[in-house]
Design a protein around this ligand. Sequence first.
Ligand SMILES: *Cc1c(COP(=O)(O)O)cnc(C)c1O
Length: 419
Amino acid sequence: MDFFQLKGGIIHAENLPLTVLAETYGTPCYIYSAGTLRRHARVFREGLSALPKVHCAFAVKANPNLAILRILAKEGYGADVVSGGELARALAAGMAAEDIVFSGVGKTAAEMRDGLKADIGQFNIESIEEGHELAAIAAEMGKCPAVTLRINPDVDAATHAKISTGKAENKFGVAIDHAADIFAELAGHSSLNMRGVAVHIGSQLLSLNPLKMAFERVGNLVQQLRERGLTISHVDLGGGIGVPYKDGEVPPSPAEYGAMVADVTRNWDVTLMFEPGRVIAGNAGVMLTRVIRVKQGHGDPFVVVDGAMNDLARPALYDAYHDFVPVQPDGTNMMANIVGPICETGDTFARNRPIGAVKAGDLAIFRTAGAYGATMASTYNSRALVPEILVDGDQHALVADRIDPATIMAAERLPDWLD
Ligand SMILES: *Cc1c(COP(=O)(O)O)cnc(C)c1O
């Protein structure tokens, strides 16, 4: 459920017609609904209400906008960060340091120091090499961070290959068969508080089965570690729940997910940690775009919109589907190829798709663009960096500027030896 609904013939973001927002801010742009974001944050947490001890950390990479992080901080969420840049954002948005988890396979020494200096709540480490390095840096700084070891459970998450992370051949985590030995070795460092294990098998998961299988493997590992006399107080179960991009796509609900987790973890006696991203932010945003022209093609016409693959990369990157809806539908339909202005064929949002009819000058939205949308934007083809607007009831504000090509060009230099 989201708050981008048709009222009086115009799609609104909460109480505001998208026609007014397009007039005010120009297109293309991202529009976020604060109410939708809060609703998803609460529904996810309610799904976990049967679990005794829970910590939720929003996966910042899904939507790192400061205003989004501030709303989630107020909802009691922490942050799952994967770079020094995301760590700085989470802190700037008002997330408590102890609620921040630092994940990622390639943390640099400088990023480890940043996290240690801020006294973040937990590092999720992904290799023995990383563990030894963190131990050395922590010792040097007189710190003893809480750490979990990320496991690669070798399960197929049945999602797009580029967002699947829990197969043995993926770069993430340590092989579950070696995890107990690695954990025991790292627990020997007096500068690490090795307190648990972590797992995250992929994103946009539409079935609970692979998650359940991964969690069961983690449960066996926890038991093994305890049998070796090691103390396990925390297990981080990652993120990954999908959202419906398309009619007929039915991801597990937070309640179903929570019930499965409660069942699998009933004897674990740990604090369970979660890192949801897409399920919180996906439906809370749309990309608003204007049709530049409709060009007759070999087959269906090309609807050329002013948003492009640099603004919303998911279709080009993952063959992802985003629903395309006219802001003022007239009730008629057409078949179309929806494309942006960028000079490559990858800049295609949809092929041979039935859509509500549009013509040059009309506004339309790509739905479910609140996660992995603006955060992946680039300036390819020397286009502006797409702006972001937040709506909350009757209020609206620009929460990320449109960065124009001149500003981007101003950061470039011509060395004088080229003259
Ligand atoms: C990307 C990521 C997440 C969030 O995934 P979603 O599918 O957006 O919920 C959580 N944890 C880690 C370690 C990630 O890399």
